[in-house]
Design a binder for this molecule. Sequence first.
Ligand SMILES: NC(=O)c1ccc[n+]([C@@H]2O[C@H](COP(=O)([O-])OP(=O)(O)OC[C@H]3O[C@@H](n4cnc5c(N)ncnc54)[C@H](O)[C@@H]3O)[C@@H](O)[C@H]2O)c1
Ligand SMILES: [Zn+2]
Length: 348
Amino acid sequence: MIGQGLLDRIAGDLAEAGIAHSHALVTDSNVAELYGTDLLNNLKESLNQVSMISFPAGEQNKSREIKSFIEDKMLESGFGRDSSVIALGGGVVGDIAGFVAATYMRGIPCIQVPTSLVACVDSSVGGKTAVDTPHGKNLIGAFYQPWRVYVDTSTLKTLGPKEVAEGLAEIIKYGVIKSSDLFEYLEANIEKIYEFDDLTLLYVIETSCRIKAEVVQKDEKEQNLRKILNFGHTVGHAIEQLSDYTISHGEAISTGMVIEGKIALGETGWSRQEQKRLISLLQRAGLPTEPPQDINAGEIIDVMKIDKKVRKGKIEMALPECMGEMKKNGESYGIEVSEQTIISAFKL
Ligand SMILES: NC(=O)c1ccc[n+]([C@@H]2O[C@H](COP(=O)([O-])OP(=O)(O)OC[C@H]3O[C@@H](n4cnc5c(N)ncnc54)[C@H](O)[C@@H]3O)[C@@H](O)[C@H]2O)c1
Ligand SMILES: [Zn+2]
C-alpha cells in the first residue's frame, strides 16, 4: 500500500486482519526517534502486546549479532508463534527484521514499513532478506515475502539528499530495464523528488514497486528474468567492493550502469543517444558517472570473476537493448561479455 499518512492505518489494519497476537516493532536508532515512538503509541491503542526493539543505525549492524539481539529480546518478552515483526526503517532494518521473521519459530508474518527511498522502491519488495558477515554482504539470509508493505511517503521528508540519490539510482534503473515512460517522467520531473513532491513520489514509487513485483513474481529465485534487476550491479558491485565500501551502493551502480551501457553499445543495439540520456539523467540526480581514478578495468574484471554472476568462467551481464527493454539472448537475459569488450568500454 502506498500513500501519504499511511502509518496511522497500520494499527487498524492489523487489528482487523488479526494476523498476530503480539507485535515486535523493529527499527533503528534514527527511525525510532523520528517515527518509531509515535507508531508504537499508535499501535498500542488498537493491539494487545506491542514492543519496540531498536538497534544502532548503520550497515555494520546488519549482522548475525544484532539478529540474535532482536531474537533474544523477543524471546524474553514471550513472543510466540502467534506474533509478527513490523520492520520500520531503511533497507538495513528491512533486511534484518525480515530475516528474523523468516526464522523466528520457523517463520512468523512480517510487515514491511520502509522509510528510506531505497527501501520503498527496492528492499521492501521482492522477499530477499539477509545479514552481512565478515566474509561479505548478504551472505546469510532467506527468501521470505512480507505479509504487507506500507509505504508512507510523508516519512521520506526527513531524508538527506544523499539518501534520496541512493534511491534514485535504482528508480532510474527501473526506467532503463522496463519502462521508457518512467524514464521520460523522470527526465521531466526529477528535481521534484528532491522537493518531496507527494504526487511525484507516489508515481515513481508505485511504478518502481510494480516493476520489481512483476519481475519477482515471474522469477523469484533469479533463474532468468530477475537478472534484469542487476543492470549496473555487475560492474557496480565490483566498484563498491574495490573502494572498500567508501563508495555507496547507489553511486557504484550509477557508474556501473554507465559502463554496462557502454558495453551494450557494441553488443545489443543500445544507441549513443540513449546512453547520453542515461548519463544526463544520472548527473541531474547528483550521481557519479565516471569510475574512480584509482580503479581500473583489470581490477574490476578480477572481482567480477569471483562474483556470483559468473557462469562457467564467463562474465554475464544484463544489458539494455533500447530504453525500457533488456536484451535477450534466445530465452536468456544473461549476456556473455568478453574481457576485451569490458576493457574497451572503460576506454570509451
Ligand atoms: N533485500 C533487498 O532486495 C535489498 C535491495 C536493496 C538494498 N538492500 C539493502 O538495504 C540496505 C540499504 O538500505 P538503505 O539505503 O535504506 O540504508 P539504511 O537502512 O542504513 O538507511 C540509511 C540511513 O537513513 C536513515 N533513515 C531511514 N529512514 C529515514 C527517514 N525517513 N528519515 C531520516 N533518516 C532515515 C537510517 O537510519 C540510516 O541511517 C543495504 O543493507 C542493502 O543491502 C536490500
Ligand atoms: Zn541495488
